[in-house]
Design a protein around this ligand. Sequence first.
Ligand SMILES: Cc1ncc(COP(=O)(O)O)c(C=O)c1O
Ligand SMILES: Nc1ccccc1C(=O)C[C@H](N)C(=O)O
Length: 428
Amino acid sequence: MIHQNTLEFAEALDAQDELKAFRKEFLIPQHEGNDVIYLCGNSLGLQPKSVSQYVGKQLGNWQQHGVEGWFNGDDPWLLYHEQMKKPLAAIVGAKPEEVTIMNSLTVNLHLLLVSFYQPNSKRYKILVEGGAFPSDQYAIESQVNFHGFDAKNAVIEVFPREGEYTLNTGDILSAIEKNADELALVLFSGINYYTGQVFDMKAIAETAHKAGAYCGFDLAHAAGNVPLALHDWGVDFACWCSYKYMNSGPGGISGIFVHEKHFENKELKRFAGWWGYGAGKRFLMTQGFVPASGAEGWQVSTSPILLMAVHKAAIDLFEKVGGLEKLRKKSLMLTGYLEYMFEQINQKYGEELFKIITPKDAEWRGCQLSIICKRDGKKTFDYLTQNGVIGDWREPDVIRLSPVPFYNTFKDVYNASKLLDESLTALV
Ligand SMILES: Cc1ncc(COP(=O)(O)O)c(C=O)c1O
Ligand SMILES: Nc1ccccc1C(=O)C[C@H](N)C(=O)O
């Protein structure tokens, strides 16, 4: 598409936007009486207006039924999560029985590592992306220690080449091949939180399997953002949070995927709890854990219904919008326009004042662009915040901005980039 650096152009794109009605489904935070320019769905997605009603309904069920709410009413809580399996499966490219919702993200990563990281003296290494989100690094390190290994030796990190920011797929695959004999697991994010790079999950999973290792993904930044095909890629397991692109609230419930090929795999140990026992037999209170078939067999604890109600409100919007493909189409345009506006600023000043470190090829990025400022990045970020643009700053030197197709407009992108341009003169 041929872009133009004018407000009229941005407004024309908004006028043609098939999804423009969806912005009204969200509550937009305010700054000095106006909507903020919210470009931070990579950290916390905005609240759907329907959330109060969905949560209110469950509060009403609690009020009316008390404990009977688990079994009675039009939405018995015992089965509440089941309503979200089909739409969630569509979002991550899975079969409904391969997904469930439970706990929060790092907790689920640990639970899945209990099953999929069972090292022995020969195969004990985990291969990961260098610069993974810290919570994942800590989880991996502590798992390796828990099994009596030393992270310095057992965790292999693949880093970008000298002078580059993103990882080369060939380097990832050859690192897997090189360590094939000792690898127990390849664990990557779907999208790196810092650079916004989408990894080649299909190739990584294939190569990991050829090497005799399991392969799992943390999809915090990918779920609800980019198309995924976890089942077809043969991924062993995955987990994600719902509070970013799935708009399901701070600390919102997390999702897991376990490939159906593992449903009968008796070698996979797990940490059990009664919620992993099939719902039909859970209340028989029998001795001896028998996991429910499917991803549900990894559930541990009572469903947090209020969090699930928020999630349901948000997930229903994915169905209403007509699926992830629709969102992705607009997302590519929004992020493409943001990239163009950065290029315009750099051209105007004749130097790369804003360096985008996210891959240029749209196939390998989602909503987010990560920018390194040649001039003071932190001050530039603060300038944006003071002027009503919400993005985020990640140490040591990146501003992350993510236009989100559900609620952002092309005008948001235009206005944010005008403020960035302005910051260059305002901050001198
Ligand atoms: C890739 C990744 N993993 C893990 C987390 C943390 O997950 P939680 O704090 O919800 O456990 C985040 C974001 O906070 C993340 O981006
Ligand atoms: N859970 C949070 C709580 C507080 C502040 C930020 C977060 C994030 O999710 C950060 C995000 N994972 C990131 O990619 O930086």
